[in-house]
Each structure stands twice: as C-alpha cells, then as structure tokens.
Design a protein around this ligand. Structure first.
Ligand code: IVH
Length: 668
C-alpha cells in the first residue's frame, strides 16, 4: 500500500469509528456489535503503530488515556464560567420572571433544562477538532483536563462541521456506574465516594487519564460560548445546533411561553427525578432569546437571564430492618437505624442516626416499619416518620437495653440528658472511640490512622491509650492485615510528625468533656503549656471570657485524675509537644491583617483549602469565623456555588471576597 492509500484508509477508519461511537454514546443507539467496533479499532491501532506520523490527536485511538501528567496546567476561560442564582420555591421563580420582563420590557420565552449534578467543563474546538477541555475552576481560571475529557466517549473528538467554538456542559457519572464503582471500592477496602458528583469530579482531577477512562463518565452539553459561522438567535436554536454538530445534549428540555408553564415543568420533575439514570439537583431556566440575554447581562457572579430552581430534599420510603447500638467516646449509647438499602439524593442509604431513645419514641418506630427517609441538607440521612398504614402487626417494639452493649455495665441516664451512658471508664468501646478521636483530623490529624487501623491495633492489644500510638513497633505493624512496608513507613512518619502539633490539637484530642476544638484553642492560647493548665483552678479558667463554669469544672476534674497525670507524663516522655505554637493572645491584638478583629463567614465550596484550614488561618490572624451572615458580619469569603449567604451579604452591603483574593492575602 502506498502512503497515500494508508492515509485514506486511516481516514476512513476514523470516520467509521467516530460514527459508531456517536451512535452508541451520544444517540444511545448502537449500530454495530461491540466486536466489530473493536476489530476496526485494532485495525486503526495497527496502522497508526506502523505509521506513527499519521496519528492525529482526534483519532479514536487517543481516547484511552496517554501518559500521566505531572500536574494540571492552568487555563484562562475566554469568557468567565459563571454560576447561577437559586430559586427555592414558586414565588422565587415568579420574582425572577418579573425582574426579567422588567429588564427587557416585553414578552419573554424560557428554556427549561435539567440541572445535571456533576462538574462544569468547557470544551474548545478549532476547525471541528477538540483541542482543549478545562474545569470551571474559579470561573475565570480552570485546569486543563483535556486528556481526561477525551476518555468520555460522548465528547466528540471531531465535529460534523469544521466549526470553531467553545461549548460548556456538565460531566457526570451515571447512577449505575457510581454504584458499581463504590461496590468495587468497598471490596478493595478503599474509601467510597459520597455521591456521583464527587466521583465524577474525583475522576476528572486524576493526573493519570487511565483512571478517568475506567470510570464510565458521560456529559451533557448545555451551552455554546462564542462560535463562528452559523447565525443563531436563541438558546433553543443553539441546543439544536450543538446536537447537529455531534454533541450530546439532554433531550428533556422544554421551551415555555410563561412562568406558570415553567413552574409546572419544574414541579413535574420533582416526581420524575428518581426515574432518571443520572442525578439532577434542579431545573435551569434560561431566557431563550439571545438578544434579550444580552440586554439583561450578568452580575459578577451569575447571568440575570437564568436561574436554577432547586429541588426540595428528596424523600424516599424504605424499611427499618433493625436498630444497632453503639457506644461513643463519652459513653453515650446511640441507636442507629439499619435500613433496607435505598437511593436518596444520589447515594445509597443503609443507616441513619436515631440520636436517642426519645426520638424513637416520638416517631413511634418499630422494627419492620416502613419509614420515610430524607437527607437533611442533602447530606445526613434522617428518618422523618413512619407510614402507619403499612403496618401488618408483625412489627416489633424496640426499647433501649439496661446494660452497655459493649461491656455489660449498667447504663445510666444523667439528669437533664436524654442520652443513656455507660460510665465504666474501662469500657472498650469508649477507649477505642477515644483513640479514633485522638488521631482525627481536627485533633492530632494522623494520616493513615483511621477507624479501621485503630480498631485493628486496639483489638490486637497493641494500643491501650493514646500514648501507646507513639510506641508502635514497625515489625508489629507489618504483621497487621493490609499493611505493607510502604504504608507502615508512611504511618510511622505521620505519627512522628504529629508530635510537633501545637497544644490545642493535643487538648482537643484528649477528649476532655465539653472541650471542643474551639475551646481547646482558647485554653491553649491562654495557658500556653499543658503544665499551666494542669495547675489551673476553676477560677483561673472562668476568668477567660469564652470559658463557662461547666467547662472549667470539667477541665479541673479531668486533670485531677491520677491516670490523666500518668498519661500526660507518658506523652511527654515519648516526645509529644505540649506547648502552644500559635500567636499568643497579647500578640493577636497587634497582628497586621485585614482579618484581625473581624467577623468572617465562609460560604460555597473552597477549592484551594478546606473549610477548617481556612478557619484556622483566619483565627491565626485574629479573625473570628461564624456560620451565618448577619449585620455584624464584616466579610464574606465565597467559594464555588455560593448560595443564599452571598445573596444576603450583597443585600446587607457586606464586603465579599473570592477564594482567590483570600488565598492571595494569606500568601502576603
Ligand atoms: S447553565 C451561565 N445549564 O450548574 C450559566 N448549568 O450553578 C451557566 N449545570 O456551574 C450554567 N446543568 O455546572 C447550566 N443545564 C444546565 C446545567 C448547569 C448543570 C451546573 C453548571 C453550573 C452550575 C450553576
């Protein structure tokens, strides 16, 4: 074969494979058996191996994922990727409509689309070829994830016209792929993803594209940025145009001629939402006419011509199969509902905390009952109520036991408390939970020492108290299940590093009753060494503004115990730091920082640091972090997808900073 002939054959194979791919992944209508696709693909791979200079970036062979990257390159979006304002009820939608009609001074048509719960991406095409794909990032600057996006089969590598344009869409993981991925991860003993959205985002942020390739991701394209060539007047036309070009668009969209029709469409989806094989978290409503969109314009954050109508928390029905009891670090016995597995708001729910006996009685729960489950704030599953009509008479009453399910000692109900407690200080469950608390993120933060490893170490009798963690032996650790040389060495260095933590982490980790992480910091700031705290009397403690009598008494009582004295001594001997390393109270007043003395609220998803890290930084610089926006808030720091807090802050005229501005300030 001459090279010209090879070239023609390669082109033919590429066109054919692109067509098969389009029919399978975009139209969902496979046109040939898988074996035929594979055979053609292998033919192409072979030719490309023989003639590597004829291999192009848009070849279907390039989807499987190239070499891992060192890091993601930053890319600037040609037009910012904005987010959307939210509507929570019909009235919010009518208000939106009124604003829009006032803005354009005439009739408006809307396009309603499903709000896919995934990750926003931008796809850039030049002359019909996919040249770059990026994450949204902070809206202005995202990350180049082209190699990962190429692994999504419904993203065309070559369009049906040689168009130059940028489109935007939502990459997501279908529910079934998510379930399978998590089942596999459970088997492998690796942490499961909380929901399909996190799984999609986690997959696309992997440096090795082979991981994304194995994750079965998909995309719906919902918007075209700038494009050359075709003249388009409305969003609905652009959706059609994108389909014509070969993009996968969601077919459920509807053009509505009034806001009442929009409301009907939105409410219809509340019911139908569970039938979809991907997650949605609302409906996006967009003004159809592009001229009207231009006229309305955008705020810094979101377009005035679109809004996201958010769904109320999803409720589902399942069966209460049993109630499990667990003993926490403070001896409190907590009942947990064991549920027949059910999907709620994107995750499988099998358990829900019932908090205490009173709640079980209030809701009149019996084992075997059908119950309504919802996720509070779409995160924590909750049993809402019982469906009495479904009772058969076979349901069984539940009552709390009189003895600790772990150590058998008698449970007590302390005055004013609803909780039942095991007060045996030697109760193994309490000791184990205390150890888990000690190593946790906000306490000593020892990476690699999670609940599972601690339980193993405890069961093997390798640790009895928190000081024993610092005397773990490498050889003993190597004998444990799933502990290779590398993980043991990593674990030992994480343990070693934790010795240098500032005092507040240790104080919080010790689990003194009523001392949360905030109080631990206050104590550390004021007393500076554990020794001074050990010697403090109740009055020394209550002299501090934030410390009340209850906490003061608890701290004094704790340090009076001879076993605590022994433990502190032991921790000192193994080299754990017992001094406060942050700024002292007297120094905080002098800190030269815009956060000093300010009340600050964080909202939205932060990308560059965690909430806790941001909070710690602000506090280190003399600021105070609170949970809700009010007149006394000085500053709001916004991450991605900020919602009502931002709206409120804007209303109150409170200063707003982006995460980037915040991080830049920290770096000065
Ligand atoms: S339009 C400027 N349409 O929702 C308007 N967004 O909070 C940009 N999303 O970041 C968004 N489905 O990730 C639009 N059909 C849809 C969508 C959608 C999901 C996401 C997108 C965006 C977020 C807005």
């Amino acid at each position: 074969m001459s090279e010209e002939q090879v070239k023609t054959q390669i082109e033919e194979l590429k066109t054919l494979l692109n067509q098969y791919n389009y029919q399978y992944h975009v139209l969902d209508k496979p046109s040939v058996p898988d074996a035929e696709y594979d055979q053609k693909l292998h033919e192409l791979i072979k030719l490309e191996q023989e003639y590597p200079h004829l291999r192009t970036e848009d070849s279907p062979t390039q989807r499987v994922g190239g070499e891992p990257l060192e890091g993601f390159e930053k890319v600037e979006h040609r037009t910012p990727m904005l987010s959307l304002g939210n509507a929570f009820d019909d009235q919010d939608l009518r208000d939106f409509d009124r604003r829009v009609r006032q803005g354009v001074g005439g009739d408006v048509h809307y396009v309603c689309e499903l709000k896919i719960d995934g990750l926003a991406v931008s796809l850039l095409y030049e002359e019909g070829r996919f040249v770059r794909g990026a994450t949204r990032g902070d809206g202005r600057i995202g990350e180049n994830i082209t190699n990962n996006l190429k692994t999504i089969r419904s993203i065309p590598l070559r369009l049906k016209e040689n168009a130059t344009l940028e489109v935007r869409g939502e990459a997501f993981m279908p529910k079934a792929s998510f379930e399978k991925l998590n089942a596999d991860r459970e088997e492998e003993g690796v942490e499961q993803f909380a929901n399909p959205r996190n799984a999609a985002a986690g997959s696309l942020r992997q440096l090795d594209p082979k991981i994304a390739a194995s994750r079965n991701l998909d995309i719906f394209v919902y918007g075209a940025g700038q494009y050359e060539g075709r003249s388009i007047d409305s969003h609905s036309e652009s959706l059609n145009y994108m389909s014509e070009l070969g993009f996968k668009t969601n077919q459920e969209w509807k053009r509505c001629t009034s806001i009442e029709e929009v409301i009907e469409y939105v409410n219809g989806w509340v019911e139908r939402r569970p039938d979809l094989n991907y997650e949605i978290d609302g409906i996006v409503i967009k003004v159809d006419s592009l001229d009207q969109q231009d006229e309305l314009g955008t705020t810094v954050k979101s377009p005035r011509w679109a809004i996201a109508s958010k769904f109320p928390a999803e409720e589902v029905i399942t069966q209460l199969e049993g109630i499990e009891l667990s003993v926490g670090r403070t001896g409190v016995v907590t009942p947990t509902a064991l549920l027949k597995a059910v999907q709620v708001a994107g995750t499988t729910v099998k358990r829900a905390s019932l908090h205490n006996e009173d709640l079980i009685r209030e809701r009149d729960l019996k084992i075997g009952d059908y119950v309504v489950i919802k996720k509070a704030g779409d995160i924590i599953p909750e049993v809402v109520n019982v469906i009495e009509e479904k009772r058969t008479g076979d349901e069984q009453d539940f009552s709390m036991p009189e003895n600790c399910p772990e150590c058998g000692s008698e449970l007590v109900r302390i005055e004013d408390e609803v909780a039942l407690r095991c007060i045996n200080p030697k109760c193994p469950a309490q000791i184990r939970e205390g150890l888990i608390h000690f190593v946790s993120r906000n306490a000593m933060n020892i990476d690699g020492l999670g609940e599972k490893v601690i339980t193993q170490l405890f069961n093997e009798n390798l640790i009895q108290d928190v000081a024993d963690i610092y005397e773990l032996d490498r050889n003993e650790l190597l004998k444990l299940e799933r502990m290779g040389e590398k993980s043991v060495d990593n674990l030992l260095s994480a343990i070693e590093a934790s010795k240098q933590n500032s005092l507040e982490r240790l104080l919080f980790g010790l689990g003194i009753r009523h001392v949360g992480s905030k109080a631990a910091r206050t104590l550390a700031e004021n007393f500076e060494t554990i020794e001074r705290l050990q010697n403090a009397e109740s009055g020394d403690l209550t002299a501090i503004n934030e410390i009340g009598e209850k906490m003061a008494d608890s701290v004094v009582l704790y340090f009076e115990k001879p076993e605590v004295e022994q433990l502190v001594k032991h921790l000192r001997e193994v080299g754990v730091n017992m001094e406060y390393k942050g700024l002292k109270r007297s120094e905080v007043e002098d800190v030269d920082s815009p956060f000093n003395g300010k009340t600050i609220v964080l909202t939205g998803k932060l990308q560059q640091l965690s909430r806790n890290e941001a909070k710690a930084e602000i506090e280190r610089l003399g600021g105070k972090v609170t949970g809700s926006v009010s007149k006394s808030t000085d500053l709001l720091i916004v991450g991605e997808d900020a919602g009502s807090k931002l709206t409120k802050a804007e209303k109150l005229g409170i200063e707003v900073w982006t995460e980037d501005a915040f991080v830049a300030e920290l770096e000065t």
